[in-house]
Design a protein around this ligand. Structure first.
Ligand SMILES: Cc1ncc(COP(=O)(O)O)c(C=O)c1O
Length: 463
C-alpha cells in the first residue's frame, strides 16, 4: 500500500480553477465605503497590478498558469499526497486519511503558491517593490522568498506580538532579502495613529494591512504595490493547484472522490485551495462534506455575521461581503497567528451561505492535543494553524469508526510548525487556556456593521 503519491512535473495542472462562475448564487461585488457604489476593476489600480485585478474579477472557470510561473512552482511542486496510515492505526478507524503536504515548500507552507504567482505578475507589470502584512510570519516569509526569485524588493509589516515572539520568521525574511518591521510602526500615518491610541498594542493583522496598503499607495511613481496573502479571489485561485493536484493523485490510487474534505481557515486560502475543485464536484452532484475549521476563539464563519465589512482596521479597503467579527476585532491570545483575522474570503463566505460548506470551530487545547498525536504517529510537527485541520480530521476519523464507515478523508497539511514551537512549549507547560469568543463582542460587531450595506443572503436551498 502506498503512503505517498507523487505526480511527475509534466503532470502538474496547467490551469487554475476559478469557483466564481460556478457558484449557484453569484459572488457579490466589492463596494466603495464612500457611496456604496460597486468598485470597478480600476478602483484597485493603486494597490494591485491590473493583470492580477483582471483575475480578481474573472468569470472564466479555467485560467492558464503561465509557463514561467510553473517554472517557479517546480522548485517544490507537485507536492506529495500522503496517507496517514500510522494515525489511522492509532485511532483504529476504518477511515482512510489522505493529506496534501504543503509543508514541503521552502518557507514551509502553502503560502508560496500565490506568492510566486503574485510576484511574477507584478514583475511583468513593472512593479519594483511589494508591501505586505504578516501575522505569525508565514506569509511574509513566503513573499520574501518569492520576491527574491523574481527580483523585487519586499517590505513586510509584521504584527508586533509575533515580531517579538517569533524572531526566526523575521530572519528567514532577511535571508531572502525582505525588509521586516514591527506593526504598528512609526513609518506610516495609520501606524502612528494606532500607536497613539493604543501605545501598548500587540498589533493585529487588520492594523498591519492598513500600514502595508498605505505604504503602497504613498508611492507617487506607482511602482510600489501591495500583495495580499489570503481572502481575495486571485489568491484563492492560485491556491487551487493544491486541490487539482490532489484530484489527480487520488485517481492514481483508485479513489474517485473523497467523502470529507477539511482545511483550516484564517482568511480562507489554503482551505479554498484544496476544497474549491471539490466544491465544483459537489455543485455537480457529488456527495462530499466540505469542512473549513476555525478557532473557537475567532469564530468568523460559525458565529460571525455575513456583512459588508472592511478588510483592515483603519477602514481603508473597499467593503467586501464576508463573514466577519467586525473590523475593529481585537485578536484573542491564541497561538495560531494565521487564523486570528476578523474576516473570511468572500468566495468562501458565499459558498458557506449557499450551504456548500459545513464550517466548524475547535478550541486550541484540542488542536494542540491532536497535533501532538499526529507528531507521535506520523512524525512531522504541524503549524498551529494546521492543527485545527488535524483536530477535525481526528474527529471525523472517530465518527467514521462509530458509524462503521470506510470514509476517505482528505485534508490540507498547510504548513509545518518548526518555527512555532513556543506554542507547543506553552501547551506542554500547561500555560494555554481555551477562550470562547464573548457574545458581547459579536453584539458589538453587529452594531458596528449596522450602517454598512447588507449583502444578499439568498441561496438556492439545494445543499
Ligand atoms: C500554516 C498556515 N496554515 C493556514 C493559515 C491560514 O491562512 P489561510 O486561511 O489564508 O490559508 C496560515 C496563515 O498564516 C498558515 O500560516
Amino acid at each position: 500500500m502506498s503512503v505517498k503519491v507523487f505526480l511527475n512535473e509534466d503532470e502538474i495542472p496547467r490551469q487554475w480553477y476559478n469557483l466564481a462562475p460556478d457558484l449557484p448564487t453569484p459572488p457579490q461585488p466589492p463596494l466603495s465605503p464612500a457611496d456604496g457604489s460597486v468598485v470597478p476593476p480600476e478602483g484597485w489600480a493603486k494597490i494591485f497590478p491590473m493583470n492580477l485585478v483582471e483575475q480578481e474579477y474573472s468569470q472564466e472557470r479555467w485560467i492558464d498558469i503561465p509557463e514561467e510561473v510553473l517554472q517557479l512552482l517546480y522548485r517544490w511542486r507537485p507536492s506529495p499526497l500522503k496517507r496517514a496510515t500510522f494515525l489511522e492505526k492509532a485511532l483504529d478507524t476504518p477511515a482512510k486519511i489522505y493529506y496534501k503536504d504543503e509543508s514541503v515548500s521552502p518557507p514551509g507552507s502553502h503560502k508560496p503558491n500565490t506568492a510566486v504567482a503574485q510576484a511574477w505578475y507584478n514583475k511583468q507589470f513593472g512593479t519594483k517593490v511589494l508591501t505586505t502584512e504578516t501575522g505569525a510570519g508565514q506569509w511574509g516569509s513566503a513573499l520574501g522568498f518569492a520576491t527574491s526569485l523574481v527580483g523585487l524588493e519586499c517590505k513586510v509589516y509584521m504584527v508586533r506580538i509575533s515580531f517579538d515572539q517569533k524572531p526566526f520568521r523575521k530572519i528567514m525574511m532577511q535571508t531572502w532579502g525582505a525588509n521586516c518591521v514591527a506593526s504598528p510602526s512609526n513609518e506610516t500615518a495609520s501606524g502612528r495613529s494606532f500607536l497613539e491610541k493604543f501605545p501598548d498594542t500587540p498589533g493585529s493583522l487588520g492594523m498591519a494591512i492598513s500600514e502595508a496598503i498605505e505604504a503602497a499607495v504613498a508611492d507617487d511613481k506607482g511602482t510600489t504595490k501591495y500583495s495580499i496573502g489570503s481572502c481575495l479571489n486571485h489568491v484563492l485561485l492560485h491556491q487551487t493547484i493544491i486541490g487539482l493536484e490532489a484530484k489527480k493523485q487520488l485517481q492514481k490510487v483508485g479513489i474517485d472522490k473523497p467523502d470529507v474534505v477539511i482545511g483550516c481557515a484564517g482568511g480562507g486560502s489554503n482551505f479554498a485551495g484544496l476544497a474549491f475543485p471539490f466544491v465544483y464536484d459537489k455543485i455537480n452532484g457529488a456527495d462530499i462534506e466540505i469542512i473549513p475549521v476555525e478557532p473557537a476563539s475567532c469564530p468568523t464563519m460559525t458565529r460571525g455575521i455575513f456583512a459588508y465589512d472592511f478588510g483592515d482596521t483603519a477602514g481603508t479597503t473597499p467593503l467586501a461581503p464576508m463573514h466577519t467579527l467586525g473590523h475593529s476585532f481585537v485578536p484573542p491570545p491564541i497561538h495560531a497567528g494565521g487564523l486570528r483575522y476578523h474576516g473570511m474570503a468572500p468566495l468562501v463566505s458565499q459558498a458557506a451561505v449557499e450551504g456548500l460548506l459545513s464550517p466548524r470551530n475547535i478550541h486550541q487545547l484540542e488542536c494542540y492535543g491532536s497535533a501532538v498525536q499526529w507528531a507521535r504517529t506520523e512524525g512531522m510537527i504541524p503549524a498551529p494553524e494546521t492543527s485545527h485541520a488535524v483536530a477535525a480530521v481526528i474527529q471525523e476519523a472517530k465518527r467514521a469508526k462509530e458509524e462503521g464507515k470506510e470514509k476517505v478523508i482528505l485534508f490540507n497539511m498547510s504548513g509545518h510548525g518548526l518555527m512555532d514551537l513556543s506554542g507547543y512549549q506553552h501547551f506542554f507547560d500547561d500555560k494555554l487556556r481555551d477562550f470562547a469568543y464573548p457574545q458581547e463582542d459579536i453584539d458589538k460587531a453587529e452594531a458596528e456593521l449596522s450602517n454598512h450595506p447588507k449583502p444578499s443572503t439568498e441561496k438556492t436551498g439545494k445543499w
